[in-house]
Design a protein around this ligand. Structure first.
Ligand code: BES
Ligand code: MN
Ligand code: ZN
Length: 515
């Protein structure tokens, strides 16, 4: 795991493999890129000509741009890496922390294979320390567990040519003795580590990560972090009447699980419930997905991974709030024992659901978990799920949708997501879409109108939330799994979407900032 320090050394004295500096596009009317604050000592070592050197190398300061140059004498590093920050702020304004987060991520990725780098980016306050540390730690991620195991007698670290992530990040310009800066770095270390653990879970192939092994991971993490973990296996689920989770899991050789993670703080006055969709593989079931739509469906447990990592983060940070995490785990497979389109399931709530499409399985496992979570009367419930392709159509691959039964709560989650640098957008729950789910046989069908499919799914879930409980639904089907080239601190594969939003929500609730 990548180490993080707040360096007491300045850029001129730090010994490392590289120094990272920021370069921004010059403000309107200005010429050439401008070197960002934090890089003064590096600029001096270049005789005050770093900006000119960068310009002659073609650097513009555009976001994500990375320029490597040999360090001049006077610095204790061989390489200087200039990373683009986008537009320079107006006079008197500061760099956007999220631009710093993304730039630190780009730099950390460009430095994979290196042991240590100093980050000399602009630091004005603790939120900049958080952004730089988080971005660098999230950029320094690689999933290599399944590479380099070939029995050829090659070295242990031969991971098929992929480089190991940057080993150590030293943040310059932060003050190690400043309480706020220190706390920001410690928090960033916890949160980034947990986001990276969520990514690992998502990236783990579905022949290794199934409901049982995911539950075992949660049990072990619970022991380590003082979180009470209860696992309902298929027998307990049958005894409890969890028809939704069982109905989805029936087709698989790997039976389903419902995991409860209870983190409590003795001084807590509020309790949050986080519910995660944990389909360890979504083949579609009998309504089988065609080729081209199932290759990445190991990612269908990203909601459960986010919930798991958020609860562990809260425990590690010792937040003054109670959080119950619910992981609704099942594998959606076709087989002779699988649920058929046309089957009716009796859910944990007692409601019956006609399954018209076995590929609309997420809402079935979530429904049971939402009803169960509601029994404990939390102050609010947030579910996180890779629920619908329709949400990806609506918002694209980088933005998650938020629906809620409470406008103020939906707005809060949207604002919190923005604060931590996760793209999101509020979505409605139009009541007229409910009738599309009317079933001639059961209380409700698991499918409705195709248009607005993401909202239809939200309306379905709403029916399983306990009376009077504030609830929000976060559909991360777009951003959970990144198939394109890496950018900023976002790698290929699992992204850990929604972990940072959930952690911040927990912090804000602990601080009494919310209702
Ligand atoms: N897991 C999928 C949704 C999904 C799609 C996640 C793309 C990530 C990327 C979900 O279970 C699903 O199959 N939803 C169906 C619902 C439909 C049958 C009503 C969909 O969106 O097509
Ligand atoms: Mn599905
Ligand atoms: Zn699914």
């Amino acid at each position: 795991m990548t180490a993080l320090t707040l360096s007491t050394a300045g850029a001129a004295t730090l010994r490392a493999d590289a120094l990272v500096v920021g370069v921004a596009k010059s403000p309107k009317g200005g010429k050439g890129p401008v070197v960002a604050p934090g890089a003064e000592a590096v600029d001096s070592a270049f005789g005050g000509k770093l900006g000119a050197v960068l310009e002659s190398l073609g650097a513009t300061g555009a976001e994500g741009e990375v320029t490597k140059l040999p360090a001049p004498a006077g610095l204790k590093v061989p390489v200087v890496l200039a990373v683009g920050l986008g537009s320079a702020p107006e006079k008197g304004e500061s760099f956007d922390p999220d631009a710093l987060r993304r730039a630190a991520g780009s730099a950390a990725r460009a430095l994979s294979g290196s042991k240590k780098a100093g980050f000399a980016l602009p630091v004005e306050d603790a939120s900049d320390v958080t952004a730089i540390a988080e971005g660098a730690l999230l950029g320094a991620y690689a999933f290599t567990a399944y590479q380099g195991g070939e029995k050829t007698g090659k070295g242990k670290n031969d991971n098929g040519g992929a480089k190991l992530p940057l080993g150590e990040i030293a943040v310059l310009g932060a003050k190690p003795r400043d309480k706020a800066h220190k706390a920001a770095a410690e928090r960033a270390q916890v949160v980034a580590t947990e986001v990276n653990i969520a990514r690992d879970l998502i990236n783990t192939p579905p022949n290794d990560l199934n409901p049982e092994s995911f539950a075992a991971v949660a049990t072990a993490a619970g022991k380590e972090n003082g979180i009470k973990v209860q696992v309902l296996d298929e027998k307990a689920l049958a005894k409890g009447g969890y028809g939704g989770i069982l109905g989805v899991g029936k087709g698989s050789e790997a039976p389903p699980r419902l995991v409860k993670l209870a983190y409590t703080h003795p001084k807590a006055t509020k309790t949050l419930a986080f519910v995660g969709k944990g389909i360890t593989y979504d083949s579609g079931g009998i309504s089988l997905k065609p080729a081209g739509h199932n290759e990445t469906m190991k990612c269908d447990m990203s909601g459960a991974a986010a919930v798991f990592s958020a609860v562990v983060s809260a425990a590690k940070l010792g937040l003054e709030v109670n959080i119950t995490g619910w992981l609704a785990l099942a594998e959606n497979m076709p087989s002779g024992s699988a649920t058929r389109p046309g089957d009716v399931l009796r859910m944990y709530s007692g409601k019956t659901v006609e399954v018209l499409n076995t590929d609309a399985e997420g809402r079935l496992v979530l429904a049971d978990a939402l009803t169960r979570a509601s029994e404990e009367k939390p102050d609010a419930i947030v579910d996180v799920a890779t629920l619908t392709g329709a949400m990806v159509m609506a918002l694209g691959n980088r933005t998650f949708g938020i629906m809620a039964n409470d406008d103020a709560f939906r707005t809060s989650i949207h604002e919190i997501a923005e604060e931590v640098g996760e793209a999101s957008w509020p979505m409605p729950l139009p009541a007229d879409l409910r009738k599309g789910m009317d079933s001639p046989t059961a209380d409700i069908a698991n499918m409705g109108e195709r248009m607005g499919g993401g909202l239809v799914a939200g309306l379905f879930l709403q029916e399983f939330v306990g009376e009077g409980i504030t609830w929000a639904h976060v559909d991360i089907a777009g951003p959970a799994f990144h198939e394109g080239a890496p950018y900023g601190y976002t790698p290929k594969g699992g992204t850990g979407s929604a972990v940072r939003t959930l952690v911040r929500l927990a912090e804000r609730t602990a601080a009494g900032d919310l209702g």
